[in-house]
Design a protein around this ligand. Structure first.
Ligand code: NOJ
Ligand code: CA
Length: 567
């Protein structure tokens, strides 16, 4: 876990208070923000019940401030029975009592703002939970009722309606329809506990506008919009079969009955008018797994304003792929008027320190340097090279932090944490695991509570255990251990984020060609150079002063699997 920091350039780069206050009001604050994702149930537990909570987050704000992030994206904290890690929401305008109260939320957001950190709330509009009062009302109401019209209820096929309205699969496995006691079926793209809302229903639309205002009034600065591309649906009967639909997900170009339909942008245009009622306007970022050519629509300033791209997250350890992805996304972001987004890890994928430490899977790689499966499949214990994974993770994270646009970090990646592979079946929580019977082990491995101390109860996560068991090796990665060592993964992230704040200027970007095809070199305004060596051979660096390298240089030269910044 070592990186190098130029000791002459160690000075703090604290901007004066007035400049920071201006940043808080800057309507463009999101364009190049570093955003730290908190999965609240696994961040910090204040009351020893094994579940992370809002007071736990508040208690760790000094840590977030010292890390140097501009914003926190908070995954769902609403009341939920946790059929899908909180993405099954019982009530959109409250806090899960297991996580705290609205007063705790107010206290947390005030403390974040005091620390000059923005808050982006996760919003889940495609589906409620089955325990939401609307869905309970729908179940208790007759066929054809107004209560059922908020969801997608249909009669089944066959003489007695016992076959589902279509043969569609849910994303988590198993059918996308569930039968109710009176014989009708309801649609759920995800778990059966996540009934899809009917976005043609005006009451549904109005209620979400109310929710956006509710949180914006409480000071929320922006929203991360879950499954933004699935809200509007064309379910004109007869419904097409899944064979007629082709693969799930992207590449549908507006033709699919529920993925990425054009009408969805009418919904987001309404949301935009609400965002613009505030100063600065509330921001939003779409989670939309759509064809790259259609992503700009979500990022339009008349819509959500920004959209995730997961292209780097899926890339192999391959400089050519990285270069193509970066070029394409920068062009695309410019075309929508948005800035780009970059991400290597989140709560849905195998942590990138692990992905880059797995042996090549090869199949989709043109040079055998594959970054490893991005969603691990179960059954076998992978041969993980931890040190290599951490070294490469630091190199690509440093590259990402030099790119124009917003950088999204996932809790624990600043520690170089790895995926937890060995979780017993009885401890697993993710519905993906249970719906596939372990074919895909699911996402629990990246959601294990963070280690704060080397030893002690749940490694300092709380004082009463952890809702997902932590492995013994977690202690080696603890915040406490790494804080003592500036060359640690954490020390490296802190310095990289500090320098990014100092160096970040206009969004301009230019590639610089290098003799070796293994090297990616680009410049940013102000003479900031970022050079990444993907290959095995040590290479020369361009002239300049090295500010930071993700692994130690060798006689002033850049070794393999390393990024350096120079001015
Ligand atoms: C995307 C979220 O990131 C994921 O965790 C969730 O399971 C699905 N949307 C369904 O809400
Ligand atoms: Ca707790």
């Amino acid at each position: 876990m070592t990186s190098t920091v130029n000791p002459d350039l160690e000075s703090a780069v604290d901007a004066p208070a007035a400049a920071l206050a201006a940043t808080m009001e800057d309507p463009n604050w999101w364009r190049q923000a570093s955003v730290y994702q908190i999965y609240p149930r696994s961040f910090a537990d204040s009351n020893g019940d094994g579940i992370g909570d809002l007071k736990g987050i508040t208690s760790r704000i000094p840590y977030l401030k010292s890390l140097g992030v501009d914003a926190v994206w908070l995954s769902p904290f609403y009341p939920s029975a946790l059929a899908d890690g909180g993405y099954d929401v019982d009530d959109y305008r409250d806090v899960d009592p297991k996580l705290g109260t609205l007063a705790d939320f107010d206290e947390m957001i005030a403390a974040l703002h005091e620390a000059r950190i923005k808050l982006i709330a996760d919003i889940v509009p495609n589906h409620t939970s089955n325990l939401h009062e609307w869905f309970q009302e729908a179940l208790a109401s007759p066929k054809g009722s107004a209560a059922r019209d908020r969801y997608i209820f249909r009669d089944g096929l066959g003489p007695d309606g016992s076959r589902p309205p279509s043969d569609w699969d849910s994303v988590f496995g198993g059918p996308a329809w569930e039968r109710t006691e009176d014989g009708q079926w309801y649609m759920h793209i995800f778990a059966r506990e996540q009934p899809d809302l009917n976005w043609d229903n005006r009451e549904v639309r109005d209620d979400f506008l109310k929710t956006l205002r509710f949180w914006s009034d409480r000071g929320v600065d922006g929203f991360r919009v879950d499954v933004a591309h699935a809200l509007t649906k064309d379910l004109t009967e007869p419904l097409p079969s899944k064979a007629e639909l082709g693969p799930q997900g992207g590449n549908n170009l507006g033709e699919h009955p529920f993925w990425d339909r054009d009408e969805v942008h009418e919904v987001f245009a309404e949301w935009r008018t609400v965002f613009n009622e505030y100063t600065p306007p509330r921001t939003a970022v779409a989670e939309a797994w759509v064809h790259a050519d259609r992503r700009a629509r979500y990022a339009s300033p008349d819509g959500l304003g920004q959209a995730f791209n997961f292209d780097l997250l899926k890339a192999d350890w391959n400089p050519r792929q990285f270069r193509e992805i970066i070029t394409k996304n920068l062009v695309e972001a410019t075309s929508s008027g948005a800035s780009s987004t970059w991400v290597f890890s989140n709560h849905d994928v195998v942590r990138h320190a692990t992905r880059y430490g797995l042996p090549p899977v090869g199949a989709d790689s043109d040079d055998g340097q594959d970054g490893g499966a991005w969603l691990m499949s179960g059954g076998t214990e992978p041969e993980l090279d931890r040190a290599l994974g951490e070294r490469r993770a630091r190199a690509v994270s440093q590259l990402m932090l030099a790119l124009p646009g917003s950088a999204y970090l996932y809790q624990g990646e600043e520690l170089g944490l790895h995926e937890v592979a060995d979780i017993a079946e009885e401890d697993r929580q993710d519905p993906t695991f249970f719906r596939n019977r372990g074919v895909d082990v699911g996402r629990d491995g990246c959601r294990v509570p963070l280690p704060w101390t080397r030893d002690g109860e749940s490694f300092g996560f709380g004082f009463g255990g952890a809702h997902l068991p932590q492995p013994a090796w977690f202690g080696d990665y603890a915040v406490e251990v790494q804080e003592a060592d500036p060359s640690s993964h954490l020390g490296f992230y802190r310095r990289a984020l500090e320098l990014r704040r100092e160096l970040q200027g206009e969004e301009d970007f230019e590639w610089v060609d290098e003799p070796s095809a293994d090297v990616l070199h680009f410049t940013r305004p102000g003479g900031w150079h970022s050079v990444t060596n993907f290959g095995p051979a040590t290479v020369d660096l361009p002239a300049g002063t090295v500010l930071l390298s993700s692994s130690p240089l060798e006689d002033g030269r850049l070794p393999g699997d390393t990024t350096a910044w120079l001015v």
